[in-house]
Design a protein around this ligand. Structure first.
Ligand SMILES: [Zn+2]
Length: 483
């Protein structure tokens, strides 16, 4: 069935770069685009009116955790004052044996929430870099039923993290457990890759560079090569990790990953904030940005999350200009891709102290084409004949935005996630008029809220000092809660 999107600002791909057509057309036949660019005069079965809207390729969100936002809410609060323990990992590092995984219904509720939250925020390809374990049939079924496009598998590591009774972070290595988890991930890829009409794809996730031994990282990369799938790890994500890798391997995380053959063009690195280029690293030897450019690894840049922690990539523009592939992710909540584009641009300017840093063109490319290199897809992140029909219609002409000359600059300077009117994935309309078409949004939200609140009530059981959520993150003002 042929659908014609007509009358909008069409962001079409000419084989080398995006270009914009005023009152252009996009035509797709089932899941594939057959025309993108100037107005189309041929026949179609359905027409979607897009006047006053941007018709954009869907975004590739390279950093989604399908575990809900219970932990992020604790992690990113500015009331925290202890980087070594509480500020970074304490929410995820429990007293040993005290944290229990959520029940199956809660896991499903949180996964559903994350998939649909990402979708409503403009993500048409979700890179799941690690979520809750278990019920993988249920996971695959959700991807199938909800209509989303996902790359993922359960994360593996052979060093689990715990707090001791004084709140000190400890690492405990178990090679056997690491190998079992890698096998579990390989099994996931073998079972589910290309299922859900091809929308669920496998990739491997070595959890964090410092929670994996060198041997496990090498075995993980070998497995990814054999399966012909991409691989992700968190690297350069915090100073504790940077220093641990320096102590263990006498190299920066980036150089270490390059030297063991982990870093190549099928590798995605979450964050890469702490490199030789970041002032807090205080490591004036070598050039990690150059290493990333030479090896072809992709940085999954998550501007908002890191800005909340007073950190950022040094810098977005420096990496792009050096030839590094930079993609955009959210990691935390909300997964507002338009907010991330604006912050990517602004943080690059303030980091470089340069008005001309953080170009609109480059941040838009990062959220579209940039996310396609490590997954080796030239049919995503662009609107062109032969590409997948993963399309956003974003309302620009309204009093709440502004009067503009360039719709891409208007989008990045003034767009918000709530301007996203329509989301099409694989030719299916999943969001229309800003609402999900396949599920009851309010019911999905209510279930996720219940699972999240339950997780918060369990925090004192596993936290080293037994603190409740309201003590860890005091409210901005006193709250008189309804009884
Ligand atoms: Zn992450």
């Amino acid at each position: 069935m042929k659908t014609h999107i007509t009358g909008g600002w069409v962001v079409a791909f000419n084989g080398k770069s995006h270009e914009v057509h005023e009152q252009g057309s996009v035509v797709f036949d089932d899941d594939k685009i057959v025309h993108a660019g100037p107005a189309y005069a041929g026949p179609a079965d359905t027409t979607i009116q897009a006047r006053g809207k941007l018709v954009s390729p869907g975004f590739i969100n390279t950093h989604v955790h399908t575990a809900g936002n219970a932990g992020d809410y604790l992690l990113l609060d500015m009331a925290k004052n202890d980087y070594r323990t509480s500020n970074y990992m304490s929410f995820a590092a429990p007293l040993k044996g005290k944290m229990t995984p959520p029940p199956a219904e809660a896991t499903a509720a949180l996964r559903t929430f994350v998939f649909l939250h990402a979708l409503k925020n403009g993500t048409t390809t979700i890179i799941d870099v690690g979520g809750l374990r278990g019920d993988y049939d249920g996971y695959a079924r959700l991807v199938d039923e909800l209509g989303v496009r996902v790359y993922g598998s359960p994360p593996f590591r052979d060093r689990d993290t715990f707090m001791d009774a004084k709140g000190r972070l400890t690492y405990e290595e178990n090679a056997e457990v690491g190998r079992e988890r890698l096998q579990e991930a390989v099994g996931f890829v073998k079972s589910y890759d290309k299922t859900a009409q091809g929308r669920l794809r496998g990739m491997l996730n070595a959890a964090q560079v410092e929670t994996c031994s060198e041997r496990l990282l090498r075995e993980g990369k070998d497995a990814a090569r054999q399966l012909d799938v991409p691989i992700h790890t968190h690297a350069g994500g915090n100073l504790v990790e940077f220093e641990r890798i320096m102590n263990e391997h006498r190299k920066t995380p980036i150089q270490f990953l390059a030297d063991i053959g982990f870093l190549d063009e099928r590798t995605l690195l979450g964050h890469a904030v702490f490199t030789t280029a970041h002032p807090w690293s205080r490591y004036p030897f070598g050039d990690d940005v150059k290493v990333l450019a030479e090896r072809g690894g992709t940085i999954g840049h998550c501007p908002y999350k890191y800005a909340k922690m007073a950190m950022t990539l040094h810098s977005f523009q420096r990496c792009v200009d050096a030839g590094v592939t930079v993609a955009i992710g959210t990691d935390t909540y909300p997964m507002d891709m338009l907010g991330e584009l604006r912050l990517a641009s602004l943080l690059s300017k303030t980091t470089d102290g340069n008005y001309q840093s953080g170009q609109h063109r480059d941040v838009f490319n990062a959220a579209t084409l940039g996310g396609c290199r490590f997954i080796k897809r030239d049919d995503l992140g662009r609107l062109a004949p032969g590409a997948k029909a993963d399309i956003l219609l974003i309302t620009l002409d309204q009093l709440g935005t502004l009067v503009y000359a360039d719709p891409i600059k208007a989008l990045i300077d003034a767009g918000t996630a709530r301007d996203i009117d329509t989301v099409i994935v694989d030719g299916k309309t999943l969001v229309q008029g800003g609402r999900l078409t396949r599920v009851d949004e309010d019911a999905v939200y209510a279930k996720a809220r219940e699972a999240t609140r339950t997780a918060w009530t369990h925090v004192p059981r596993w936290r080293w000092d037994g603190a409740e959520v309201e003590r860890i993150i005091p409210p901005a003002f006193p709250i008189h809660r309804a009884r």
